[in-house]
Design a protein around this ligand. Structure first.
Ligand code: 4NP
Length: 150
């Protein structure tokens, strides 16, 4: 069982999309996929309606997901922790207890553009275009992740 955690800031825009997209590409019994936010602003909240809408447009239902905050226990519970941007990376690595914890943390877009540490832009304050753009970036990255792990 490979356990993968997707992390962004609020856990309502980018990481629930990444969770839903990767789940759709991997056989459920062999993988555990979850998402979390570095902040606690949206604990218990549904994904942003714009993330729900863009997922629905591509045939995925993420409306049942609920926000939660990343915790140090996630280093024990997951094998790979994908972050969306540099600020998520710094926030998660700051909680690492040792090198094994920090080695689990990876920029998700490095799957597409190795070693570049590119950010998935935060779409929260933009329009619907931002969510479409984020969906396409995450879909490309998750296809590569799924091909590598399957
Ligand atoms: P996310 O987007 O990190 O992709 O979930 C955000 C959601 C909410 C906020 C910031 C970013 N916020 O400030 O409430």
């Amino acid at each position: 069982m490979t356990k993968i955690l997707m992390v962004c800031l609020g856990n309502i825009c980018r990481s629930p999309l990444a969770e839903g997209i990767l789940k759709s590409k991997l056989p459920i019994p062999n993988f555990m996929i979850d998402s979390a936010g570095t902040a606690n602003y949206h604990t218990g909240d549904s994904p942003d309606r714009r993330s729900i809408a863009v997922a629905k447009k591509y045939g995925l239902d993420i409306s049942h997901l609920r926000g939660r905050q990343f915790s140090v226990r996630d280093f024990d519970a997951f094998d790979i922790i994908y972050v969306m941007d540099e600020s998520n990376y710094n926030d998660v690595v700051a909680l690492a207890r040792n090198n094994a914890d920090s080695a689990k943390v990876k920029f998700i877009l490095n799957e597409v553009y190795p070693n570049q540490n590119y950010n998935v832009p935060d779409p929260y304050y933009g329009g619907n275009d931002g969510f479409e753009n984020v969906y396409k970036m995450l879909d490309e990255a998750c296809s590569i992740i799924a091909d590598t792990l399957n």
